[in-house]
Design a protein. Structure first.
Length: 423
């Protein structure tokens, strides 16, 4: 595992001993693991929940059609900005105080979104709430640093299960709340959840001082150095981006397919489908365990193969590949799509969990920046996958979407077979 030589801009004379001392002082217990997993799962909902609420929000705020896409896009753009400008602060400032204050700011911004009657104020609040939601990537490396190296994969996997469950449940939960008591109520619930969570974290999290002494400007400049020099980060981030591209392609268009013949799903039916598909998160702790047992190469191969099988099954059920007639076998088609969704999710979380484990075994003093870069790159993959899915749907329907997903998953599979892919 390669580590770049320490930069002269940083003072970190005893990062490894300090890391071992901190693990002894603040061990990652089961209650803390549950708290970390619940926290990231709650926070990540802020980034994806707006997608099914676009129509009601546009009508209520009178937004022009040209700005409707911004409702779903701005939280994620803000998140990307937070990964670059806020997450590196975890390597500079005391982590508990930073996490609590950033999360409190997120709660305030979601309250502004709930109360806003001006479209531009609402969009600005969403953007800034997305930026402060990057607190997720302060919590994940904090949890990893509290686990011993031999158990770090399982620790990351357990926390990641909360993250992936939050992503998968965000859309159906938002749909149910908005359908029952209105879209503003969802943002009120989200704000209250973040505020309560900030209070709980302020009490339960241990103090966590960074291992480096430097300046904010030097931290930002070091991002490029880390990206250029850490081959493990490069390979793992590209693999995760490809997996996330397949994931985003599927989940961007599956609601459109289910709303059409022969399925004719309602918004609530689609919410239940998403809940069933969330079963794939059970693979997350298993992937972490496999990494800790030095079975990561085999686990990654299984994960990528699962993604390919899931997308072929989805093409059969939803696009009639190999002569399958969904109208004549509707129940079987739905079952295949649910199984495909769960299997695809399992493959994606396997890739991401193994990737996070690998980068959290790199330089402890740069853990916040490494996680920020890793997540930033795989979010780019997700954005490309979503965009490609939209174009493929317009061009060739569900069949085109499955081909896009297969292209992403197939490339990740080939990348995993290359020499040096598991350094």
């Amino acid at each position: 595992m390669n580590r770049p030589a320490p930069s002269p801009e940083f003072s970190c004379p005893s990062a490894a001993p300090a890391e071992r001392d901190r693990q002894g002082a603040h061990r990652l217990t089961t209650p803390l693991t549950i708290l970390f997993a619940a926290a990231v799962g709650i926070i990540v909902m802020d980034l994806f929940a707006a997608q099914p609420l676009i129509g009601p929000i546009q009508r209520a705020l009178g937004l022009p059609a040209s700005l409707t896409g911004a409702i779903a896009m701005l939280p994620q753009l803000g998140y990307a900005l937070g990964l670059v400008l806020l997450v590196p602060l975890a390597d500079l400032l005391e982590n508990r105080r930073l996490v609590v204050r950033t999360l409190a700011a997120c709660a305030v911004l979601l309250s502004v979104a709930m109360l806003a009657h001006d479209g531009l104020v609402f969009l600005a609040a969403l953007f800034l709430a997305g930026a402060s939601s990057s607190v997720i990537q302060m919590l994940v490396p904090m949890a990893a640093s509290m686990a011993s190296e031999a158990r770090r994969g399982r620790a990351v996997g357990n926390v990641m299960s909360g993250l992936m469950l939050g992503i998968l449940l965000s859309r159906p939960l938002a749909s149910v709340i908005a359908g029952s008591i209105g879209w503003r109520a969802f943002y009120g619930v989200a704000a209250a959840a973040d505020a309560v969570l900030a209070l709980v974290l302020a009490v339960r999290l241990p103090r966590h001082a960074p291992l480096v002494s430097t300046t904010y400007g030097a931290l930002l400049r070091s991002l490029w150095t880390l990206l250029a020099s850490e081959r493990v980060l490069q390979r793992r981030a590209v693999s995760a981006a490809l997996a996330m591209g397949a994931f985003s392609a599927f989940w961007t268009a599956i609601g459109l397919r289910l709303a059409r013949d022969p399925f004719d799903f309602s918004l609530y039916d689609i919410a239940w489908f998403a809940l069933a598909g969330a079963a794939g998160v059970v693979a997350t702790p298993l992937a972490g365990w496999a990494g800790d047992k030095r079975l990561g190469r085999a686990a990654l191969l299984v994960g990528h193969t699962s993604m390919l099988i899931a997308l072929v099954a989805s093409g059969i059920a939803g696009a009639g590949w190999f002569g399958f007639d969904a109208s004549a076998h509707k129940s079987l088609a739905v079952a295949l799509l649910v199984a495909g969704a769960a299997t695809l999710d399992a493959g994606v979380v396997t890739d991401q969990t193994l990737g996070r484990r690998a980068i959290n075994l790199l330089n402890p003093a740069a853990r916040g920046r490494l996680n920020g870069l890793f997540v930033g790159i795989f979010f780019i993959g997700g954005a490309v996958g979503a965009s490609a899915a939209g174009a493929a749907w317009a061009w060739a329907g569900w069949s085109g979407v499955c081909v896009v997903g297969l292209a992403f998953a197939g490339t990740a599979f080939v990348l995993g077979l290359l020499p040096g892919a598991h350094e």
